[in-house]
Design a protein around this ligand. Structure first.
Ligand SMILES: [Mn+2]
Length: 328
């Protein structure tokens, strides 16, 4: 029995929902859509759902371009405890995944596990994009791929790996190569070029204005609320500076600060460093090269320059701790 056949046997009979994290990005949408198509092949209808909103233009464009139907959970009033949920591009108990009334029987994800959970079907592998895990099922089971599905999966891989440069693994490259002949690559290039929104410039502008660099670590603050995905993009942008090898970007949120960190050095594990830096102040975690977190407003000073200093001290201490662990 292939992996997919195992998943299908878990999902047979009953209603199936595919749930993404609360602010689905292109990789989450591609994964959910690809899985929906895989299940369709076995005559299992599934509804893609999420809580929250699609905040970014890249996600909204994708839904329109590929005619993807995705339902906000507030519009599903009749979900039952016995309904089956497959969580994709996220895991149950993550802070960005609302616990719905249905039963999380399966999980397909590429993030490190923060809080473990048992599923009847579990496929968690730390590759660059969740869409690569989904794509593999098409090829393992020789399931026909239409242009929209192949294109959506390629888009998910490209966006989550920053064009096969960030956190990329052999599987991502292999799946990209296999999907390529099925995808509308001209369309994807057009979509990829137009991912910046006019309002983003304000966030970039403020980050550029207050960026500070200490040794090889760059810090920037965005003094207004902005979507997680945008904070992450600004963290990537700052990391692109030649003198910066680790970036810390944070933005104000209701009740606290949202963080996005990036590392280009293997010895500085972004996930561990943010976990240490925010311990007792909030929570954080993620991959070796990219991670995120949240700290309560009370964890740092209200006064911007004091707060900047406190945050810097917290991260410098976390970096030292990470380096010491490497030595041990
Ligand atoms: Mn992803």
């Amino acid at each position: 029995m292939t992996r997919l056949e195992q998943l299908v046997s878990v999902l047979r009979d009953g209603r199936v929902f595919i749930q993404t994290h609360n602010y689905p990005d292109p990789d989450a949408i591609a994964s959910a859509y690809g899985l929906q198509k895989l299940l369709q092949h076995y005559d299992i209808p599934a509804t893609i759902c999420y809580e929250g909103v699609t905040e970014r233009l890249s996600a909204v464009t994708m839904l329109q371009q590929f005619n993807i139907e995705i339902v906000q959970t507030c519009n599903i009033s009749d979900m039952q405890p016995e309904d089956k949920i497959v969580v994709v591009d996220a895991q149950k108990y993550n802070s960005n995944v609302t616990d719905l009334i249905g039963d999380e029987v399966a999980c397909i994800d590429h993030h490190p596990t923060i809080t473990a959970c048992t599923y009847r079907y579990k496929e968690i592998e730390q590759v660059g994009a969740c869409a690569s895990l989904i794509a593999r099922h098409f090829f393992e089971n020789a399931i026909p791929l239409d242009t929209d599905t192949a294109s959506a999966l390629v888009y998910g891989i490209k966006m989550d790996t920053a064009d096969l440069s960030r956190g990329v693994k052999q599987l991502d490259v292999d799946m990209y190569a296999k999907l390529f002949p099925f995808a509308d690559n001209d369309l994807l290039n057009r979509m990829k070029i137009n991912t910046m929104e006019f309002a983003d410039l304000k966030a970039y502008g403020s980050a550029i204005n207050n960026i500070s660099v200490f040794n090889n670590i760059g810090y920037a603050f965005i003094p207004f609320a902005c979507p997680d995905a945008l904070i992450a993009m600004i963290s990537d942008f700052i990391l692109a500076l030649d003198i910066i090898e680790f970036s810390v970007v944070y933005a104000v949120r209701e009740n606290g600060y949202k963080f996005s960190v990036r590392s280009e050095l293997p010895e500085l594990h972004a996930g561990k460093i943010i976990q240490y830096a925010l311990a007792g102040k909030g929570s954080g975690g993620g991959h070796p090269s990219m991670a995120g977190g949240f700290a309560a407003a009370s964890a740092f000073s209200d006064q911007a320059s004091t707060r900047g200093h406190e945050i810097r001290m917290a991260f410098e201490k976390a970096v030292r701790q990470c380096r010491e662990e490497q030595k041990a």
